[in-house]
Design a protein around this ligand. Structure first.
Ligand code: ADP
Length: 441
């Protein structure tokens, strides 16, 4: 017991015994009580007072310690206040309730944190001084830099966004803006700025880049198709005019023009065939093919189909299909289309009097690779990554002259994707090219 507690105990004992002591003193002064028993009774009164005061004081001290410990988050301390049972029970309930609320609050805050982190949209919270106070994982990924603790303007230098944040902070208005973030690859975002009252403002960014890219690609595609169709169409119209006018009676010119018109019409028809087949393949690109395909059979057919073309260029198609090759899962028509396009290209772009080699190898237990090798002009490395884009050609005039549509490799890529395979192209200028299709076996 500390000195302060001892003084308190003595004062409390004296206060409790005071009325009794006064009565004893009165009796002793008036002679009704002899001094000796009077002093003994006084001492007994003082001791009893001290015992009662001690019990209350220890109870209060325990409560005091308990409250102190709650403030310091020390939750293991036991309540020991035997003289104040109701008070300590009530305090115990308060503590349990308080702990429960604290736990639920921590859980809710943890869940909110996880939700923010898992959102695919970049989120940025700024305080009223434009300092970034928090971001989520998507924001760090998108901007490849840590924004927290920095002023917004130093991290994201975009005037429109900064104006929207100003309005949200000063006028409490939520605002949306479309912004383009400059960088190695421009990215388009739709930004929504929400005021958060005293907390500042929340910026939610929605990445519009894929949407804008899709729109641009569609527009390019329509322009390309129109361009591809316009040339043969205007040539057809021109010849029709000539046949009706100046060449009306010229038999030789008529034969010549009709041959050209036939070629142009065939070119348009090939283009439309390829476009239709591309759109069909794209439509079922996400469903896996169900059939079983015998590659020996497919490659043999393609070789036969192209025999006139190869003979015309004095070229040979050499198949090398080992005995271990078994049927693979796939769509026979589509795999025929792949190898027809690849072997047709090899015959178109290969040198006359050379061979086109088609071989099957096994890169792993679960895969099989068909390689089409030609000995032709080859493709410069800068063209390789774009070769499978629609209408991408190394030399457009030459491709058209050879009857190409610029869609063959785009079709190949989509079919290979549908079969969960991959296409690789290897080429050396002046030596030839090697197109390899790897498929699950
Ligand atoms: P195309 O109908 O023009 O042949 P593709 O999509 O089949 O269209 O091929 C795209 C372009 O790739 C061709 O225009 C050509 O420039 C190039 N290419 C394709 N295959 C070969 C090859 N075997 N050798 C050289 N260049 C090729």
């Amino acid at each position: 017991m500390s000195e302060r507690q001892t003084v308190r105990l003595l004062l409390a004992a004296m206060a409790l015994a005071a009325p009794g002591l006064l009565v004893l003193g009165g009796l002793m002064l008036s002679g009704y009580l002899a001094p000796a028993p009077g002093f003994i009774a006084g001492a007994v009164l003082l001791v009893l007072g001290a015992i009662v005061a001690w019990r209350h004081l220890t109870g209060l001290t325990a409560l005091h310690r308990r409250i102190e410990s709650l403030a310091a988050h020390d939750e293991d301390l036991k309540i020991d206040a035997p003289t104040l049972p109701e008070l300590s029970l009530a305090l115990g309930r308060l503590v349990r309730h308080w702990q429960d609320r604290q736990r639920r609050l921590a859980e809710a805050s943890e869940a909110a944190n996880r939700i923010l982190e898992a959102l695919p949209e970049p989120l940025i919270v700024v305080d009223r001084e434009h300092q970034v106070v928090r971001t989520n994982h998507a924001a760090e990924e998108a901007f490849q830099t840590r924004l927290v603790g920095r002023e917004l303007a130093t991290g994201l230098r975009h005037p429109q966004l900064l104006n929207a944040v100003d309005s949200a902070l000063n006028e409490g208005q939520s605002l949306a803006a479309e912004i383009t973030m400059p960088g190695p690859m421009n990215r388009n975002y739709s930004a929504l700025v929400e005021p958060l009252g005293k907390q500042g403002a929340l910026i939610v960014l929605h990445d519009l880049t894929p949407v804008r890219m899709g729109e641009r690609m569609r527009a390019d595609f329509v322009a390309n198709v129109s361009h591809e169709l316009r040339t043969p169409l205007s040539s057809l119209l021109g010849f029709v005019e000539t046949l009706r006018g100046p060449a009306r009676d010229d038999k030789d010119a008529q034969d010549k023009f009709l041959t050209i018109m036939h070629e142009q019409a065939e070119r348009m028809s090939r283009l439309i065939e390829d476009l239709l087949s591309l759109s069909r393949i794209e439509m079922d690109e996400h469903t896996r093919p169900r059939g079983q395909v015998d590659l020996r059979h497919v490659l043999g057919n393609v070789k036969d189909m192209l025999s006139i073309k190869s003979a015309a260029r004095h070229m040979r198609v050499e198949l090398d299909i080992p005995d271990w090759v078994r049927p693979i899962p796939g769509d026979a028509d589509q795999l025929t289309q792949i190898f027809q396009n690849l072997i047709d290209n090899a015959l178109k772009y290969g040198r006359e009097n050379t061979a086109v080699e088609v071989s099957v190898t096994r890169p792993s237990e679960r895969e099989l690779t068909v390689t089409v090798t030609d000995h032709g002009e080859g493709i410069a490395p800068q063209h390789l990554p774009r070769l499978t884009e629609r209408f991408y050609r190394v030399d457009a005039a030459r491709s058209r002259q050879l009857g190409g549509t610029g869609l063959g490799l785009a079709i190949v890529k989509h079919i290979v994707n549908r079969h969960r395979g991959h296409l690789t192209v290897d080429s050396r200028l002046g030596e030839g090219s090697r197109f390899s299709v790897t498929l699950p076996a």
